[in-house]
Write a protein that binds this ligand. Sequence first.
Ligand code: ADP
Length: 501
Amino acid sequence: MAGFVLALDQGTTSSRALLIDQEGAIQSVGQFEFPQSFPKPGWVEHDPFEIWDSQLRAARTALESAGVGAEAIVSIGITNQRETTVVWDRATGEPIYPAIVWQSRQSSGVCDELRGRGLEDEIRARTGLLIDAYFSGTKIRFILDAVEGAQARAEAGELCFGTIDTWLIYKLTKGRVFATEPSNASRTLLYNIHEGAWDDFLIEALGVPRSMLPEVRDSSGDFGEADAEWLGASIPIAGVAGDQQSALFGQGCTTPGRAKNTYGTGCFLLMNTGHEAPQSESGLITTVAWRRDGVQEYALEGSIFVAGSAVQWLRDGLGIFEHASESEAIAKSVPNSDGVYVVPAFVGLGAPYWDEKARGTIVGLTRGTTHAHITRATLESIAFQTRDVMDAMAKDSGISPQVLHVDGGACENDFLMQFQADILGIAVERPAVLEATAMGAAKLAGFSVDFWEEGGALKSEAGEATTFEPTMPRDEREKLYRGWRRAVERSRSWAEEDAAE
Ligand code: ADP
């Protein structure tokens, strides 16, 4: 059967579309950036129509540049920036407020209020999450408070809430389908991950009427048809997942204990825990990986705030090099970091520390320290932070992965990947094609229409993977890691003094 799957990858700064053929090879890519809006310090918003418009243009570009007509597309898969929140009018389809982006801190007041009501433990038990402005429920609450009359309209059933998957499905189907799936729903603070349903207690706690919430369907299944007006033929939407879970699926981490780390601006480490949803005691969150054939699978997740962006700091803040890729040769120009540790806690520390008062720290400087040691120690910090999260995962789940699958821009750095393998003491595997996120959505959409057979190798996955095996002696590894833990201690609570003054 000839044909293609169209994967839509709606990210924080750009919308992409990838056309994938029957063998799993990427035929073409369309990509458009769209504007970011920062109305106040710490606030980040998008225009929902710019998201939709850029996504549609990306899809059209992918088809045009491959010379493929819409009738050859067997299904559409969607993967999306998670937690970003849109509220729109059910009758007109007009958003009542800009999309509030996952990074935005504007709903932190809602979080203080929820914590003040003593809801943290209950929310954690039901959702697997922490109370944080990151998650959609606090953003919905913010919008319903910020827009005059919105709460009453919501209660009258006039408003819809969606994460970006839901918004795109709604636009693609011209409002015929109002749906999401569990990998996105589990990021809202409104979804009970154990029951696999919207939760009345949470609905009540956040004051978000149930009528606002989309129907939750299988991640691989039927989300209606994209209208023929958009691409020239009506096409089934058959797979949907949030970006990190999609990457987990795309990397083939579909059995318990398989883990992937995406090295971008920050790092997102997810480990499949199968049908178990362990509650973390170590600062991780529990999330739904996907739901297929009515069965949910789960993952533990740890987010590291600063990873690749520490390399940008070396480049732009310290001017050590011009291109991020140069960091590799500079790091390798010295045999070790000579006792120097860089803790890039520029915005506090995420998992597993959750210390918003931590600040960036360099320790172990001597008269012999050079820019090369600092560069090396900065790259090493990415690997040490990943070890922190991997250790927490092993503790929470009782599972120690034997391989770490990697993707994201900074995983092209061979020095970093080798050091990562050394400091974890397990193999690090980098696929030949670094499009795990889009491939995850494509596979969810391709499996559900029987375009691909599960278990068969796709071309984009079949290329030579690079495996980095650990070579560092155990004593040395543990000594270096102990040094890291001491350095982290030095960075903690640093900003408290400022607050006290
Ligand atoms: P995002 O999707 O978060 O924007 P990407 O996956 O595109 O991130 O990765 C870009 C990040 O990776 C940047 O922060 C950059 O500094 C870092 N980076 C890119 N190439 C390298 C490299 N060869 N070595 C180290 N860091 C790199």
